[in-house]
Every structure is written in structure tokens, then in C-alpha cells.
Design a protein around this ligand. Structure first.
Ligand code: NAD
Length: 463
């Protein structure tokens, strides 16, 4: 029976055949595909920026610096290193293997499934694809239905750039993702929330498919008494307002030393004011919430009584445009929803702490975050943070920008994810390292064979 080419089964079958025929093993083929993608991204830059504006009101600066520009940088880095990363590597043979040569052969897994979310709908779909192609895989991409303009544009761009037996987009919502997950893939990279991450991992377990889970969570931002308060305030506000806080590594909440908290709040309020000329709602530089469901979820997190905390700045909303002002919330209850679920929006809870010990204990009592930020000029305390906390990554005296390098690995730990991608880590994530030993038939170690009369003693001496 022939399976229609446009069904999930049909696409997968054709990709398997294409992969099996071996075209993607050729590094020249991979380089050619990467260049075609780079060209498509460059030619379609204006359309991508427009789609991101339509979905999220993303300002061009944000859309370029955190989506299009990062995609271009990722491709260029891959093109620069593809040959050396894909080459078989000779490793020293162990004395018990001699005479022989031992090798690591980087080989592609096969067909990859990439499932993306809506907050960076272009970057988080295409960056994993770039890594998958560099490693020699075919791929099926499932963009997020919640960013419809960027998803449609990505589907068109992919269809125009690649043969569907090599890379194809399957658009749709959770049912489509689940239909894809019911199939057997050779590797899955999922980006999104940890509830769905668990669904993905369960589906993958049925086929023992390796998974990379890029999840989220609450990323703490600790501000020490020895921080440069004004710089910290400015950078935290920028990081919280970027994409209106809909960033997996956005500072989720602030733990401020009680001695500097009033000054920090004051400075953050002033920086919000300055960034948007006192009117974020009318600023071209401020995003909107992706949809009504997320808008309502965030509105419900705003303080409704004194237990929920005090609004120091912002708090205004507009349902018609899904606008929520950058909002500072002082001392919300640590047991409330705001301090329990990932905010993923422009609300910033600020809690006072008495000491660094208290901050570290607070962070370590919660799931391991995707990012952790620490502001302090004190080197010894910076070292304590690095030594005594665990997170996917983070910054000292800044926020977000550890993500901006195409050469640094990116990923979470524990509840915030597993596996890493981007740069060399991205190539490795989509690569199986096959180890082979080569030897001739000329020489043999006689005592490896039975009868083992002298073998034990000789082997013990040798090893
Ligand atoms: P989303 O709702 O767009 O979902 C992500 C993908 O999962 C979509 O393609 C969607 O169709 C699919 N999906 C949804 N429900 C499903 C189900 N029941 N079964 C199978 N697939 C399903 O995005 P989201 O999850 O709201 O994204 C926000 C979350 O992602 C936040 O927690 C954020 O921190 C995290 N995130 C992480 C990273 C990272 O790189 N680690 C990046 C961005 C976002």
C-alpha cells in the first residue's frame, strides 16, 4: 500500500528513505543546505520581522537581535566548523588493544523531530534545525500554533528551501504534536513547558528515542548589597521587558538584600519610565502578550489584596490589545501563585532577603532553574553563587546575554530541562559517536584465547 506523501507517515517514510540513501552523510551536502537556509533567512528578513510583529508586536531590534541575527550567527558558526566536527577522530588505543587504531565516527541519528514554542517562534524552530542539518539528519518541524504568522512564514520558507524528504514542516496544535510523537523518530528536541516535556519524554520512551528537553521555570535574580544598584536595576528591567517578559530565561523574581531593596525598586521604576517615555502602551519598543489565555493568566497573577504584594510600578492592562505594563510587585506572599508558577510575562516580584545565605537557601529549596542571575561586585560572593547553586546557566552582573553567543551550549538541568544544543553542543546533540577499532590479522595476543592457563597473570601484569 502506498502512503500519501503529505501525511505524517508519508513524510516520515520518505525522509527515512532519503536518509537511508546516504545523501546527508556528505558534508558538502550539509554545507550546501546550510547556505541555502542562510540565503532564505537573509532574503526573507523583512517578512520574518513582520510576522514577529504581527504575533507579538516584537520591535525590529528585538526580533533581529534575538531571532534572525542569532539564526544567522548559528549557521555561520556551523559552516565554519562543520568539516572538523564531522571528521572521524583518531583516539589513542589502549595497551590491551595494540596493535590497533581506535576511532570515533560522528554519525547522524536519522530523522529528527523538533517541536517549538511560541515566544521565539522563529529562533526556537530554526536553531535546532541548523544543528540537526549540520550533524547530517533529516528533520520534521512542528512550529507553535500560538504564533500563527511566524509559523506560516517558517513553513513557507522551509518548503521553498528544502526538499520535503529532507526537511518538512507539519503545522498544527497539540493533537498534531501527539500524532507526530506516536511515530518513531531517531531523536526529538522539544522546547516548551515542563508539563508537555513529560508527555514528550513518555512518548519517546516507548521507542527508546533520545530526547533533548528545553524547558523553563522560575529563574531567580539575586541582588546583593554590594551590587552597582543603578546598573543592576537597568539591566533587570531590560531583561524583564524584553519580549514583555515572555522569555524562558527572563529574571522571574528578584531577591534583593533588604539594605538596598528600596533603592533598587526606585531605580527599576525610573528605568521603566525612561525606557518607554512613561508610556509603554504607546511605545513601539514594547511587546504584547501572545494570546488572551496568557493575558488572563497574567492578570490573575496581579495583586488582588495586600497578601499578594504591592504594585510599585505598572499594573495597567488592556484586554483589547493584550497589553500588560511592566509591573514591579513588592513582597508578594512566597506561597502565592506569583511565586509558584513561572511568570512568563512582564510582572516582576521583588522579595527582601537578609543575607546571601538566605537567597541561596531560597533558590536551592526550589526546582533547578534554567537561568540564575547574581548582581554583586564582591568576587567571593560571586564564587559562592557559582559553587552553591545549580542552574542551566546564567550571568554575573547581567541578565539574558549568556544566550547571545552561538558558541556557548544552552540547556537546563533538572526541572528546567535535559541536554544542550547550539554551537558544538548542538552538533553533538544530534550526533551519535560511533567508536570503532581497526586492526590487522597479522599479530595476535595468544593468551586472550582459552585455555586461560597463564592468561590471568599475564593480563594482570599488562593492565
Ligand atoms: P507552546 O504552548 O507553544 O507549546 C510548545 C509546543 O508544544 C507547541 O508546538 C505545542 O503545539 C506543543 N504542545 C502543546 N501541548 C501539547 C501536548 N499536550 N502534547 C504535545 N505537544 C503539545 O509553548 P509553551 O509550552 O507555552 O512555551 C512556554 C514554555 O516554554 C515556558 O515554560 C518557557 O520557559 C519554555 N521555554 C523554554 C525555552 C528553552 O530554550 N529552554 C525556550 C522558550 C520557552
Amino acid at each position: 500500500m502506498t502512503i500519501p506523501a503529505n501525511t505524517i507517515c508519508g513524510i516520515l517514510q520518505r525522509q527515512r528513505a532519503f536518509f537511508g540513501a546516504g545523501a546527508t552523510r556528505d558534508v558538502a551536502f550539509r554545507a550546501c543546505q546550510l547556505k541555502a537556509l542562510l540565503n532564505a533567512v537573509t532574503t526573507n528578513e523583512a517578512a520574518i520581522l513582520q510576522a514577529l510583529k504581527a504575533d507579538l508586536n516584537k520591535p525590529d531590534f528585538e526580533a533581529y537581535s534575538s531571532e534572525v541575527g542569532l539564526v544567522r550567527a548559528e549557521i555561520k558558526n556551523m559552516l565554519q566548523h562543520l568539516n572538523s566536527w564531522a571528521r572521524p577522530r583518531r583516539m589513542p588505543a589502549h595497551i590491551t588493544q595494540l596493535p590497533a587504531s581506535t576511532w570515533v565516527y560522528p554519525e547522524p541519528y536519522g530523522v529528527a523531530l523538533i517541536i517549538a514554542p511560541w515566544n521565539y517562534p522563529f529562533l526556537l524552530l530554526i536553531a535546532p534545525l541548523i544543528n540537526a542539518i549540520t550533524a547530517g539528519n533529516c528533520a520534521i518541524l512542528k512550529p507553535s500554533e500560538l504564533a500563527p504568522c511566524t509559523s506560516a512564514l517558517s513553513a513557507r520558507l522551509i518548503a521553498e528551501t528544502f526538499a520535503p524528504e529532507f526537511v518538512a514542516v507539519v503545522a498544527g496544535g497539540p493533537e498534531t504534536a501527539q500524532a507526530l510523537l506516536a511515530e518513531k523518530f531517531d531523536i526529538i528536541l522539544y522546547t516548551g513547558n515542563s508539563r508537555v516535556g513529560r508527555i514528550v519524554m513518555q512518548a519517546a520512551a516507548k521507542n527508546l528515542t533520545p530526547v533533548i528537553l528545553e524547558l523553563g521555570g522560575k529563574s531567580p535574580c539575586i541582588v546583593d548589597a554590594e551590587a552597582d544598584i543603578d546598573t543592576a536595576a537597568r539591566r533587570i528591567v531590560w531583561g524583564k521587558c524584553f519580549n514583555a517578559g515572555q522569555v524562558c530565561i527572563a529574571p522571574d523574581y528578584v531577591l534583593a538584600d533588604e539594605r538596598i531593596k528600596p533603592a533598587l525598586l526606585q531605580s527599576m521604576s525610573r528605568h521603566i519610565q525612561q525606557a518607554y517615555n512613561g508610556q509603554p502602551e504607546h511605545s513601539p519598543d514594547y511587546c504584547r502578550i501572545i494570546n488572551t489565555a496568557h493575558f488572563e493568566r497574567l492578570c490573575a497573577l496581579l495583586p488582588h489584596n495586600s497578601r499578594d504584594g504591592t504594585i510599585i510600578a505598572g499594573g495597567e492592562t488592556n484586554a483589547a490589545t493584550r497589553y500588560i505594563a511592566p509591573t514591579l510587585i513588592d513582597e508578594p506572599s512566597p506561597d502565592g501563585a506569583l511565586m509558584h508558577e513561572e511568570v512568563f510575562g512582564p510582572l516582576l516580584p521583588v522579595l527582601a532577603v537578609k543575607s546571601l545565605d538566605e537567597s541561596i537557601a531560597f533558590v536551592n529549596a526550589r526546582p533547578k532553574p534554567l537561568a540564575l542571575y547574581f548582581f554583586s561586585r564582591n568576587r567571593a560572593r560571586q564564587e559562592r553563587i557559582l559553587r552553591e547553586t545549580s542552574s542551566g546557566g546564567g550571568c554575573i552582573n547581567d541578565v539574558l546575554i549568556h544566550f547571545s553567543s552561538p558558541t556557548l551550549p544552552f540547556g537546563g538541568v533538572g526541572e528546567s530541562g535535559m541536554g544542550k544544543y547550539r554551537g558544538r553542543a548542538g552538533f553533538d546533540a544530534f550526533t551519535h559517536e560511533k567508536v570503532f577499532l581497526k586492526r590487522s590479522s597479522l599479530f595476535d595476543i595468544w593468551f586472550r584465547y582459552a585455555p586461560y592457563k597463564h592468561s590471568y597473570k599475564l593480563t594482570k601484569r599488562l593492565m
